[in-house]
Design a protein around this ligand. Sequence first.
Ligand code: B12
Ligand code: SF4
Length: 492
Amino acid sequence: MRVLLVHPSPLMYSELYLRLEPLGLERVAAAIRAAGHEVRLLDLQIFTHADYWRELETFAPQAVGFSVNYLANVPEVIDLAKDTKARRGSAFVFVGGHSASFVAAEFLEHAEGAIDCIVRGEGEVIAPRVLEAIGDPKLDTLPGVVTRTGAGPSPTLLEDLDLHLPARDLGRKRHKYFIGVLDPCASVEFTRGCPWDCSFCSAWTFYGRSYRKGSPEAAGEDLARIREPNVFIVDDVAFIHPEHGDAIASQIERRRIRKQYYLETRCDVLIKNQELFARWKKLGLYYMFLGIEALDEDALKAHRKRVTLNENLRALEIARSLGLTVAINIIADPSWDEARFAAVRDWALTVPEVVHLTVATPYPGTELWLTESRQLTSRDYRLFDVQHAVLPTKLPLKRFYELLVNTQSVLNRKHLGWGALRLYGGAALRAASRGQTNYLRMLWKFSTVYNTERQYADHLKPVRYEMRPPRPMAGSKPSKQELYIHMPAPVH
Ligand code: B12
Ligand code: SF4
C-alpha cells in the first residue's frame, strides 16, 4: 500500500529558535515500511500545503497519516483531512501523536467523517495493524484505535525501543533542521517517558509514568548512521540513570563518533549525575535545557516540580562550571502583574543563561486541565501553544502580551542579533560557509514572530473548532482513565 505520512506546520516557537525532524513519524514510517508498504514522509514545517496537494496527486497514496503532537495543530489537520477526502475520497485518513491521543473523540467529531480513525499512544506496533484492518469493521477493536463508531482497549507500550529506528532517509531537505547554532541538527531518542508527575506536563500521563531505555548498542548504531554534525536528544529527562548514559558514552568513544549534542534534563538529575554530564561535555555536549519553571518555592510546589529553588540555582552553577550553553524556562502565569514581570526580567538579566518564558496553559493531558479552578478564556486549539494566555490575565490582555514580548525581547538581546554574533559569530560563519544559514537567518527575526499585535490579534480570529471543556471536578481527584493514555503498570 502507498502511505503518505505528514507532519503539520510549525508553531510560533519553531518559526524562530529551531526546527527539528519529526522523529515519532519517522519511527512510525520505519514500522510501516518494515510491514511491506511504500512510505513517503512530508514535513510541513519545511514544505507548503501546495507541496502536500502535489504529493497527493503524484504519489496517489491509499492511506494518509497525520502526526499531531501539538494541540495548536488540530484545526490545520482537520482542514487538511477534509480537503484530502474531497480531493481523494478513496484515501484512508488516520491521525496519531501526543495531543491527538488526548482529544481523540472531539477530533473525530470536528472532522465530520474526514478522519477514519485516531490512533492513541505509541504508533510503531499499531500503525501497521491499522493499515491491515482498513475496511474491516473490527478496526475499532484494536488497542488505542478510536473511530466514530467505537474505541478499542488502552494502547500497549512498545516493549523494545531498539525496534524501528527512525527512517531518516525519508526526510527531504534535512539541512533545514537546526537548533540555534547547532545547524544542521538531527534528533535521536535514547529513552522514553518520565517517572515524575509535574502538574503542567503531559509526558507522564501519555506514557503512564513509565520510563524505558533503548540499548546502548542501538543508540551507538543510530548515532553512527546520522550524517549531521549536531544531535538533539529528545528524551524528556536525559540521563536519569547514569549507568545508561555512561554506557552510551562508551559506545560513542568506541565508535569514535564526534558530534555536538543538545539535551534537556532536570536540575536534580544534573546535580546527582555531575560526573556523567562532565564526561558528555568531553564527548561534545554543547547545549543543555533545564526546566527551572519558577523563581519561588510556592510556584515550584504548585507545579509539583519536586525540586527546591536552591537546587535549581546549584544546577545552574554546575552547568556553568562545565562550560555548557544553558537555556532555561520560566512559566509566566496569567496572574502576573507589572512588578512580577519586572522581577523576572531583573533576575534573568543577572544570569548568563538563555531565559525563555512560556505561558501557564492547562492543556488536555495535563492534570492541570482537570484541576485548574480558573475559567478558560478561550477554547481555540490554536491558542494552546504555551505562548498565548487562555486563562484570565490580571492585567488587560494586551498589556500582558506587551510585557511578555518586551521581557522576552530584552532577554533575547543576550542570544539574538548582534549579541549572539559576538558569542557565536565564528560557529555561525563556519556553518554559513557550508551553506547552512538557518541560524544566521533567525537572529534578526524575533520581532516578526513575537509581537504584541500578532499575539493579541490571534484571540480575535474566528474560531471554527472549539475544544470540549474539561469535566468539572468539584474537588474530586481525576481517575486513571481520565489522566492516562498508556495505563501505569500495576503496583505489586
Ligand atoms: C522533542 C520535542 C519537541 C521538539 C520538536 C520535535 C518535532 N519536530 O516534533 C521541539 C523542541 C522543537 C519542541 C517544541 C515545542 N514543544 Co515539544 N516536545 C518534544 C518532546 C520532549 C518529545 C517528542 C518526541 O520527539 N518524542 C519521541 C517520539 C518518538 O515520540 P512522538 O513524537 O510522541 O511519536 C510517537 C507517538 O506520539 C506516535 N505518533 C506520533 N505521530 C504519529 C502519527 C501517526 C499517524 C501515528 C499512528 C502515531 C504517531 O507514535 C510515535 C512513536 O511511538 C515532547 C514530550 C513527549 N514526551 O512527547 C514535547 C511536547 C510534545 N512539546 C510540547 C510543547 C508545548 C512544545 C512547544 C509548543 C513549546 C514552546 N515553548 O513553544 C513547541 C512547539 C513546536 C512546534 N510544533 O512548532 C508539549 C505538547 C503540548 C501540547 N499538548 O500541545 C509536549 C508534550 C511537552 C510537555 N511537556 O508537555 N518540542
Ligand atoms: S516537566 Fe519534565 S520532569 Fe516534569 S513530568 Fe514533564 S517531563 Fe517529567
